[in-house]
Design a protein around this ligand. Structure first.
Ligand SMILES: [Zn+2]
Length: 347
């Protein structure tokens, strides 16, 4: 991990249940519904919440699909190993080879334990550079999402529903497969904080791609999406909270006089801050020219900037362009030799 802190980005994402939502707790209740939402103890009572790990999983899997659609053989698949399982049967090996035509084997299995941080970062796929792997902690943190608004009615955010088991053979309702479930009520809103540190501009763009898909209600969350559950929408909060001026805030560390300083009409990514070295596989031209200047305000050791309104709209657009550019220029892995041979054999 980079010892230095060069830049950070921060925003609050509001997530609204556009229909009933079930993020399963995974615990069986002794007497009660068969499926219940995850609960936490907060403000002196139990409340529903969305675990940050679930949100991170949603962001990651959506981006695996997006990157795979832009350019195959760039992103890794966390379930894909370098070689097929030794005791896999013929169809298992074939599936493995097919998967290797689209995705790379998991980055977490690629490095030695003592590999230097810059080597791991440079050699990781774009998804793992942002979300991390078992070799690297990642650059984004997504917190648990808690209820916003009037939390005195927290208990009323949950309703009980009958679930009907679907018979896998006929597609009809299965006998005796009726079960109870508790779901989060439509209209419930949660908020989480998303924090990015030492980021390249394209990584900010990558997060904005998911934010856009969430705004457009293209992503479902939790269990039972086949039953119509899990419809959500999200938006970047505009609420001002302390030093955070709403929208997207970026910060840099105040540097000593004479050292390089990010100007108000640019946003610098990690690659520009590290322009003296390429050991992290970043690019020196990792910066945005802003349409209008966004001032830096001193706050303790940091300089803070708030992107709101048009500045945020422009930032989102420009960062997404950088993401598309980075993916199209990302070196595509070679199709492994055994797969290439198999393809030739089929012709
Ligand atoms: Zn990876």
């Amino acid at each position: 991990m980079l010892k230095m802190l060069v830049n950070e980005a921060h925003f609050v994402l509001e997530i609204k249940a556009e229909g009933p939502l079930l993020i399963k707790s995974g615990y069986n209740t002794i007497s009660g519904p068969d499926m219940t939402p995850v609960l936490t103890y907060r403000n002196g009572r139990q409340e529903v919440f969305i675990p940050g790990s679930s949100l991170k999983g949603i962001f990651r899997s959506q981006l695996e699909k997006v990157v795979g659609s832009i350019k195959p053989l760039v992103a890794c698949n966390p379930f894909l190993k370098q070689n097929a399982d030794r005791n896999a049967n013929e169809s298992g090996i074939k599936r493995h080879q097919e998967a290797l035509k689209v995705s790379l084997p998991y980055c977490g299995n690629k490095f030695r334990r003592d590999s230097p941080a810059d080597e791991v970062y440079k050699g990781s796929c774009p998804i793992c550079r942002l979300f991390g792997s078992t070799s690297f902690i990642g650059r984004v943190a997504i917190g648990d999402a808690y209820l916003v608004g009037d939390t005195t009615t927290a208990q009323k955010r949950v309703e009980r529903r009958d679930g009907v088991g679907i018979d896998r053979m006929t597609g009809g309702a299965a006998d005796k497969a009726k079960f109870d479930m508790e779901v989060v009520t439509e209209g419930t809103t949660f908020a989480t904080t998303i924090h990015l540190r030492n980021f390249e501009i394209w990584q900010l763009g990558m997060l904005f791609v998911v934010v856009q898909d969430l705004e457009d209600e293209l992503i479902r969350m939790g269990s039972g999406s086949a039953r119509g559950l899990g419809q959500i929408s999200a938006r970047i909060s505009t609420d001002v909270q302390g030093w955070h001026g709403g929208g997207v805030s970026t910060t840099t560390i105040r540097s000593a006089q004479g050292q390089k300083q990010e100007p108000d009409n640019q946003l610098w990514g990690l690659g520009h801050w590290l322009s003296h070295t390429n050991s992290y596989g970043t690019r020196p031209n990792d910066l945005l020219e802003l349409a209008s200047p966004v001032p830096h305000t001193p706050h303790g050791i940091r300089l803070v900037r708030s992107f709101t309104g048009d500045a945020l709209t422009n930032l989102r657009g420009q960062a997404i362009e950088k993401f598309l550019q980075a993916m199209s220029e990302w070196p595509q892995a070679q199709v492994p030799a055994q797969t290439a041979n198999a393809q030739r054999g089929q012709r």
